[in-house]
Each structure stands twice: as C-alpha cells, then as structure tokens.
Design a protein around this ligand. Sequence first.
Ligand code: GTR
Length: 420
Amino acid sequence: MLSKIITGTALSIAVAFASAAQTKEIPDTSYQLPPLLMTRSGKAIHTAADWEKWRRPEILAMFGQYVYGKTPAKKIPLHFVTISINPAVLNGAATRKQVRVYFSKDEKYYMDILLYLPNINKPAPVFLGLNFGGNQAIHADTGILISKRWFRYGEGAAYTDHYATEASRGTQSADWPVEEIIKRGYGLATIYYGDLQPDSSNSVNAGIAPLFYKNGQTKPAPGEWGAIGVWAWGLSRAMDYLETDPAVDAKKVAVIGHSRLGKTALWAGAQDKRFAFVISNDSGEGGAAITRRKYGETITKINKAFPHWFCDNYKAYNDREDELPVDFHELIALIAPRPVYVASASEDQWADPTGEYLSAWHAGEVYKLYGLTGLPGPVPPPVSRPVGNGSIGYHLREGGHAMRLYDWQQYLDFADRVLR
Ligand code: GTR
C-alpha cells in the first residue's frame, strides 16, 4: 500500500530509513582497538620482519581460535576432472570450463569450478569467488551445469523446495558482470558455496567437514572451523586447481566475495598467501567492520542468526566485543603486503560502512612497515569517490547490499594497477 503512494526518491529514503532503524543509531566511539604493532606479551613491532615473525602468526592464530575456528592442517589428495570445455563462448571472447575438484578417492566429496577465461593467448589473471545461487545463476549461458545441491532459497520458480530449477539461470548475473571482466582481460572462477557446506545451522555434516573428523568425532570442536572456515578452505582448493591450469596466471589471482562470502574471502586471503589481491564487498560484521563499534550487526546478532558461521568459541564474545582478543582491522592487516580492497554501500548500514572503512584505514599501519601506502586518513570518502592509490582501496557505492557493476569496475581498475 505504502509503496503505491510514495515514488522514486521518497521510496529510497523510506528504505534507507527502515534499514537505519534496524541499526543502533550511534556507533560506540570510545572503544580501544587491540594494537596492531604490539604482541600480546608487550613486544613492540617496528619492522616487517618482526611483524612476520611475531605478530602476524599470533593474530592469525587468534582469528582461528576465537573467531572462524582453526582450519585443519591435514592435506587431502585432490583430483581434478574437466567436465566440459567450450573454447568459444560469449561471442568467441572466452573459453568456458567446468572442472570438478574431488576431495576424496571415492568421489563422494567435490566442488564444481566454473571458469571463464579470456581468449587472449596468454595466461590470464583471474578473479575467484564463491557464489550464492549456484554457478548457473551467475550467467544465462545455458552450457552451465545446474547445481543439484541444497539452497537456502526455498520458494519460487528459480529455487523450488530448496533446489535450483532452469529458471535460476542468470538470476544473479547483476553481481557477476562476466562480459565486462572478460573484456578487461581477466578470467572469472566461481563455485557454489553450498558445494562445501550447506549454509544452514544443522548441516555441518552435510559438507566436507567430516573428511577431517578424528576418532569418532561428530562435529567440529569449539576452536575448530565453522562454515566460513570451510568455505575459505574451498577457495584455497580452487587455488590448488588454478595453479595447474596453464591458461591461468596463478600469481595473479584475486579472491573476492560479497557479504558472508566477503567475510570468507578475507579469511581465505588472510590464511593463504597465494592470493595476490583480496576483495571484500559489503562484508560487514565478522568481515571488514570494526566489531567494537557495535553499530549495525553485532556479534550477538550474527551468532544468533547464523550460529554455524563462526566457531563455537566466538559465542563467548556475545555482548563482549571489547574483550575479543582481536578486531577486524587485524584481519585486513594479515593480508599485507598484498593489495586489499574494501567496499561498502551507502544503504547498507547493517554492515557499518564507516566501520569497514576504519578497519581498512587502521590496517595501513602494517602496510607502512613494508614501505607501502594505505588509505589517506580516518575520514571515509563520500559516495562514488573511490580512494586509495597505494595498496589499500575503498569505495562507498550508492545503494544497497549487493555487488554491482560499479563495484567491479573499481576492482578491475585497482587490479589493473596492482596486478599488472
Ligand atoms: C545478513 C547477515 C550479514 C551478511 C548478509 C549476507 O543476513 O546479517 O552478516 O553476511 O546476511 O551474507 O548477505
């Protein structure tokens, strides 16, 4: 009814007001961040070598122990099977491959990588990211296999009873501008995140986690990985494949993700140094945003709504943000000296755009140890004004929680500078 009588701008103001109303109006600004350049035992860090020797491993271990849960160290044998290859898709501009990555000899556990590579006669730099809707949702290309996995989306023609139909093809193409990526000389590799673990609170054993259980274990221990950790592990396994593909320049792989999958991209990039560039699109709480600001989503809210994303130890910090041994500027700092890009959207107050900016800005302290430049200062830029001409980039897109062409254009421009 209401939307019938208000139009255009008035409607978007109403929407912005509604989403702001879900957040705490005033962020906490009295917080004290854990210092980046001081170890827990009080040792000051002055050089990149000291950072790498003392502080980086300690922060990485804390994100494992208290936030995402530890990723198992065990290496499992993989094998790759190319399911399909078409050397001339998108009007001949690209090659499309679908590669199944098996995690077990019995072929019970696997994920499917969909790969578009520009036909440029040399190894291409690639953006790698998990997707929400199944590979078939990222583009209308009818050659893409329709995922047979379970989806969070349950109702409607595209996903019926939690399974994808033909109608799901291309439904998320606005988030994945494949033609633009190819035109700019980059490849795209993507995987449905549900291939690794269904995004549901009671589905841990329906994913790959049981491959790592020891002695009758039935679920991950309180300090072992949650779903974000499992998804991030999958990105590293995709990297294992990309390193074997001669059409890919594996030294130039950017890991990217939106929202919960932006949290995942950051955690994957923090752990796996093979990712040359890391991109967080609207990752918010438990991703780029400073949790001590307690603005928008909080630890309690996220653990209540998504108890399976983080490790069980994280629940001890519900309503106790200030006691968490880390904050999320440190997650971004773990990526140094590799380039990182954080993006927010103006109507996405739930993800705390200012908190996302501040994290990226604070992380600059570590980039400085390497002689690299971070963001210009503590004040976030206005909408549509990307900042950062060094190793850290940031922009605030006008609009809501999504990954849009505008976002990709900034990532591509930044990649042109830092990867080429
Ligand atoms: C929201 C959640 C956010 C964000 C988002 C998404 O419901 O509160 O943390 O991750 O989902 O993944 O789209």
